[in-house]
Design a protein around this ligand. Structure first.
Ligand SMILES: Nc1ncnc2c1ncn2[C@@H]1O[C@H](COP(=O)(O)OP(=O)(O)OP(=O)(O)O)[C@@H](O)[C@H]1O
Length: 251
């Protein structure tokens, strides 16, 4: 699937947040949306799946405007992992199975249950599958949200800081999983992130937001000390470690 964000602007009441945002995400790509706190990364993701209605502009999946789609239709195409997951009093298994809801017509099929078991396996949630989600740690809950988005089998995965509550091992596993899913399925992923090194390691494209606009966008060559300096107002160097670029703060 190709996701197109075409000239999207958004404001909360009188506060303008996004101004004329344009980019495309081709299938198999992982895109990192970057920028300082409060710049509008979450707002952009929420406009992209029609939780928020852009003031102007259009978001299309394979050419179709998502604002003309119903909630279930959007959910069959897009999985959204919010920054703060909401926990109802269901078991981990049921919470993940709920991700199949956009596909279930009458009752959960063998296929739905198989996908749920596979996602639980993939995210290492086996020992927690009968636990209530209200009794999980922040990181465990984050993994449940990601598992739920994966069983949804969407063409587009939108992830708002998917690793913010995770320890280093889990961060690596989740980002590897996102990459793998994008590489091996007809999937593209867009994730907001704060950790530039993790973004460099696991994303193919980088979008830097500054003052409501796209300040820079492109491949790893876009991640330069100059751009990071402009966007975050910090001094950094980019060094190479075993051939891979690494952002190192100065001072
Ligand atoms: N419901 C709301 N009503 C009014 N203003 C809001 C609302 N939600 C967010 N904002 C404001 O819109 C701006 C963008 O917020 P957003 O959450 O999209 O930023 P962000 O880049 O995701 O930030 P962070 O990195 O801190 O998560 C911020 O100034 C924020 O205070």
């Amino acid at each position: 699937m190709i996701l197109t964000v075409d000239n999207v602007s958004f404001q909360y009441k009188s506060t303008a947040v996004l101004d004329s945002i344009c980019f495309q995400v081709p299938v198999h790509n992982v895109v990192a949306v970057l920028g300082p706190n409060g710049v509008g990364k979450t707002t952009l993701l929420r406009c992209m799946n029609a939780i928020l209605r852009p003031k102007s502009g259009v978001v299309r999946i394979n050419g179709e405007n998502i604002l003309n789609m119903g909630t279930m239709e959007i959910a069959r195409r897009m999985g959204y992992v919010a920054q703060r997951a909401e926990a109802a009093r269901t078991t981990v298994f049921d919470a993940i199975l709920l991700g199949r809801r956009p596909h279930i017509t009458w009752r959960a099929s063998e296929h739905d249950l198989r996908l749920t078991h596979a996602a639980i396996d993939r995210l290492g949630l086996n020992s927690l599958s009968l636990r209530y989600v209200t009794e999980l740690s922040g990181g465990e809950l984050q993994k449940v949200s990601i598992a739920r988005a994966l069983v949804q089998e969407p063409g587009i995965l939108l992830l708002d800081e998917p690793t913010s509550s995770l320890d280093l091992k889990n961060q690596i596993e989740i980002l590897k999983t996102i990459r793998q899913v994008a590489a091996t399925h007809e999937v593209a992923a867009v994730m907001t992130m704060h950790n530039l090194n993790m973004a460099l390691r696991y994303a193919d494209q980088f979008i830097f937001l500054k003052a409501g606009r796209i300040f820079a966008a492109g491949g790893a060559e876009t991640v330069t000390p100059e751009i990071i300096g402009e966007v975050y107002d910090v001094a950094v160097d980019i060094t190479r470690h075993r051939g891979a670029p690494m952002v190192v703060p100065l001072g």
